[in-house]
Design a protein around this ligand. Sequence first.
Ligand code: ATP
Ligand code: MG
Length: 196
Amino acid sequence: MVGSSGSGKSTLLNMIGLLDQPTNGKVFIDGTDTTLLDDGKVSSFRNKKLGFIFQFSNLLSDLTVLENVLLPRQIAGTNETSEKDASELLSAVGLESQMNKRANKISGGQAQRAAIARGLINNPSIVLADEPTGNLDSVTSEKIVNLLKSMAKKLNQTFIIVTHDREHFGDVDRVITIKDGRAFEGDLPSQMEVVA
Ligand SMILES: Nc1ncnc2c1ncn2[C@@H]1O[C@H](COP(=O)(O)OP(=O)(O)OP(=O)(O)O)[C@@H](O)[C@H]1O
Ligand SMILES: [Mg+2]
């Protein structure tokens, strides 16, 4: 999802992520009309169905990398495979040698990799990422972009990614451009078909 600053990308992402409520319209996820869920159900739905990756990794600095990745699983209800699942994800994002380090002892790019693993730990239906490379240098950005694309393919999960960095992402399944709060299919200005 691309579009100029203030166009409404984060607002849309936050509505899909059930962090904000739409004043108009409904949000359906996996066939559920989420606007009908009460607060308790929204929290558990969010925890189980959605994974979040933000511009800043927001890791808890006193916990280890592994413990950070396990947090959403603990909220959902830990099971016997939790640690194994977290270690596997951390290996997949190239952090197997860092998992027992405290989160404030790793680099920005490594922290963002850990945040990706944390976003995936509950096997969400949809992963939402708001400018996941916005705080990284271009070499690290490229690595994170490649990681996100390979994880999306490998896990066959839907990733909705907001970015100012369209060219880094190259080929993706779908591009939505947000302009003045409206969504258009594809990269503007080549196509202007309104989708929402
Ligand atoms: N809580 C809010 N209440 C009222 N207006 C808001 C609120 N949050 C954002 N806005 C406004 O809604 C519009 C869209 O903001 P949004 O944060 O979604 O933009 P964005 O496309 O993510 O921009 P950026 O690329 O700078 O992150 C802006 O005009 C913003 O000022
Ligand atoms: Mg934004």
